[in-house]
Ligand binder design. Structure first.
Ligand SMILES: [Zn+2]
Ligand SMILES: [Zn+2]
Length: 272
């Protein structure tokens, strides 16, 4: 079994709803999903929580993406803080810094990121970190805010080995997406080979970043099998070993085995 540790399943990307997408992933051997609840407004966060409440194998996160830092109000932040306490919410995120698109000014991203680290500490749930073209500021903030108290995941890892070393030391696991399979990703591959087996995760970041050989297509959680297989290949491991380890790692990191059962799904408990 594989777990997609990071996917976007809200209506912005899947206007027909997530049922078919999840069904195809389940048929491909994906047993569980961490659905990221971020968006331009609160709809994505609410939808992620509702989906996690409806299905035993979906878990939610809530947070404010750095893209949306400038347009998020105090009232929104209060609602995010309330949702973060929901028993099916397993992490605060994705939060962080994005200087590539820089949809929000840097100082506002910085302030919001620090607040999200604070929220994570308050609700005692780990962080899911987004960082793009902002490696050194991301690490500085995590260090200054003592984020190692809560730990978490560097999602869609697209940095290099020195970044990986510092992130691992801060108690952040590395989650690899389809980018790992891209031709230009040598530095990411080096980090993926270097990271300890018990600190690596896999994700799709659906609907973005479909892995080779499906690059360019709209990415869905079923495609995670390609990323996991590729990760096994470059580490010289067996695919079953990578599947088992990455599953164990995300279950441990997000305490998935101890999450309260979904309110509307009578399916059996997933992890024992
Ligand atoms: Zn992201
Ligand atoms: Zn994402």
């Amino acid at each position: 079994m594989l777990i997609d540790s990071h996917c976007h399943l809200d209506a912005v990307y899947w206007p027909d709803g997530p049922a078919d997408v999840l069904g195809r992933a389940e048929a491909a051997g994906v047993g569980a999903f961490v659905c990221i609840g971020v968006g331009r407004d609160l709809a994505a966060a609410r939808a992620a929580v509702a989906l996690a409440d409806a299905r035993a194998n979906v878990f939610a996160t809530v947070g404010v993406h750095p893209h949306d830092a400038a347009t998020t109000s105090e009232a929104d932040l209060e609602e995010i803080a309330r949702l973060a306490r929901h028993p099916r919410v397993v992490a605060v995120g994705e939060v962080g810094l994005d200087y590539h698109y820089q949809h929000s000014p840097r100082d506002i991203q910085d302030r919001l990121f620090r607040r999200m680290v604070g929220l994570s500490r308050e609700v005692r749930k780990p962080l899911v970190i987004h960082t793009r073209s902002a490696a050194s500021d991301t690490l500085s903030i995590l260090e200054q805010e003592a984020a190692s108290d809560v730990g978490g995941i560097i999602h869609c890892f697209s940095e290099d080995r020195p970044f990986a070393e510092r992130a691992l030391a801060l108690d952040f696991d590395l989650s690899f997406s389809g980018i790992l399979t891209f031709k230009s990703a040598d530095a990411i591959r080096e980090a993926a080979r270097y990271a300890p087996l018990d600190r690596i995760l896999v994700e799709t970041d659906s609907p973005f970043l479909a892995p080779v050989p499906l690059r360019g297509k709209r990415c869905e959680p079923a495609y995670i099998v390609h990323t996991a297989r590729y990760l096994a290949e470059i580490r010289g491991a067996r695919p079953e070993e990578i599947a088992a380890e990455t599953t164990r790692n995300v279950v441990r990191r997000l305490s998935l085995a101890s999450v309260a059962p979904a309110a509307h799904d009578k399916r059996e408990v997933l992890f024992e």
